[in-house]
Design a protein around this ligand. Structure first.
Ligand code: FAD
Ligand code: PYC
Length: 416
């Protein structure tokens, strides 16, 4: 990473952001690559980075219709945890967690990974049983996870209403101390810069409009900047995955829904952990800048417009204020939405497809940010070897034929 002296920093602060060094090149698309990645979000960029770094495959293009990291990567509430119920999912998310723990050093870019702990609240007896079951399963998988009593919760979050008089009293929680948050755009930029330095071409404003398919095999993509050839294509397009699958001539078991979030005006530090409640549909953390980051449940309808609706905002803020009466007069600064691709078992798809050479990495729904480095790592392996990485194998689309689903609705961050 470029280091500036105090003078250098002051010079840049006063330069109105002019003359800053480019973090990556702006290349003209080549006619042909070894691998094309469709989608320049965190997962696509991570895939390209690990292809170049770990497999020596550097003739790679990341084709992004907008700007790098402008999809769900830039729109999420950045909660990172690995406390999933089933062995297959826990192994994948814990693989990601281990990569997060060394990511800033690996990329030589500060992704601001802050392991401040994540708390998943329980408000009913069934919630409590689910929490206990999940914590036990996590511990059997070597994942740091504990059950907290309301007294312990109150000690960690003194400003939360843990009284018995609340509409949905807090009966306990699961707690993962190694979990936390990271800086979303820094994650995209860190992977982008490192991939570019290894020779990957990052093609922004380049939209894939179709696939070149002959005799059941992919030969490249059609884009608004012309055709680009490659015998291996990996689609990592989140909420647009169903649209891309349709272009390739098959369907995926995905639904695209809006998911929204809000940030408040900045406050002094009052909350130094992440609190999530699936039951009342709200989760909250405080950024280093002081803003409260608040997330909601998904909007029930399908759509591709990146915005959410007022009823969901009202429902979420009602839940947050009930849990944190101290925030009742805090003003919200901004609201936005992303489009999440949800799978019937709340698990991702990392898979070959009916078209030879064409792979999909999608279905992360409301919870893929936490998987970013792990997803890229195992998907790069899968593309490089034309064979599912052992951690990716349970997440093939074959599971929707065989019935071997991995039901993670309970551990998914947002009920859907
Ligand atoms: P994206 O970042 O969406 O990248 C996909 C890219 O593909 C986009 O940039 C898009 O422009 C591009 N693309 C699409 N179609 C084409 C095309 N035809 N041609 C070229 N490019 C194309 N996850 C968590 O783990 N923790 C959270 O706290 C969390 N909170 C969330 C809160 C909200 C409000 C939202 C919306 C999501 C949240 N998520 C969370 C989910 C998480 O954001 C996603 O699972 C994750 O970011 C997906 O990353 P990605 O790289 O696959 O997708
Ligand atoms: O997966 O932890 C999660 C999450 C939190 C908010 C949205 N997703």
């Amino acid at each position: 990473m470029q280091r500036y002296s105090g003078f250098g920093l002051a010079k840049h602060a006063l330069s109105h952001h002019e003359n800053w060094e480019r973090q990556w090149r702006n290349p003209t698309p080549k006619k042909q690559y070894d691998v094309i990645i469709v989608g320049g979000g965190g997962h696509g960029l991570a895939t390209a980075y690990y292809l170049a770094k770990e497999h020596g495959i550097k003739n790679v293009a990341v084709v992004e219709k907008g700007w790098l990291g402008g999809g769900n990567t830039a729109r999420n509430t950045t909660i990172v945890r690995s406390n999933y119920l089933w062995d297959e999912a826990a192994a994948l998310y814990e693989h990601a967690m281990k990569l997060w723990e060394g990511l800033s050093q690996d990329l030589n870019y500060n992704v601001m990974f802050s392991q401040r702990g994540v708390m998943n609240l329980a408000h009913t007896l069934q919630d409590m049983r689910d929490v206990q079951r999940r914590v036990n399963a996590n511990r059997l998988n070597g994942i740091d996870s504990v059950v907290l009593t309301p007294e312990q919760i109150q000690e960690i979050v003194p400003i939360m209403d843990c009284s018995k008089n609340a509409r949905y009293p807090i009966l306990g929680a699961s707690w993962q101390p190694r979990a936390g948050v990271a800086r979303h755009d820094a994650v995209a930029w860190g992977f982008a810069r490192a991939a570019d330095a290894l020779g990957v071409d990052l093609l922004q404003n380049t939209e894939v409009t179709g696939f070149k398919i002959r005799d059941g095999r992919v030969y490249g993509v059609h884009t608004n900047r012309g055709d680009i050839e490659a015998k291996t294509v990996g689609c990592v397009a989140a909420g647009n995955s169903g649209v891309l699958a349709k272009m390739a001539g098959f369907r995926l078991p995905l639904e695209s829904h809006p998911l929204q979030a809000l940030v408040s005006e900045p406050l002094k530090p009052v909350l130094d952990t992440v609190v999530m409640s699936n039951h009342v549909h709200g989760y909250i953390s405080q950024t280093d800048k002081g803003d409260l980051v608040i997330g909601a449940g998904i909007d029930g309808y399908n759509g591709y417009g990146q915005r959410g609706s007022y009823p969901t905002i009202e429902h979420t803020l009602q839940a947050i204020v009930e849990m944190f009466p101290i925030f009742s007069r805090v003003r919200m600064n901004r609201q936005w939405g992303g489009i999440v691709d949800t799978c019937p078992d709340a698990c991702p798809i990392l898979s070959a497809t009916p078209v030879k050479g064409l792979f999909f990495n999608c279905g992360w729904g409301t919870g893929g940010f936490k998987a970013t480095p792990g997803s890229g790592h195992v998907f790069a392996w899968t593309l490089a070897k034309n064979q599912a990485h052992p951690l990716a194998a349970p997440f093939s689309i074959d599971r929707f034929h065989s019935g071997a689903l991995v039901d993670e609705h309970g551990a998914a961050g947002v009920a859907h």
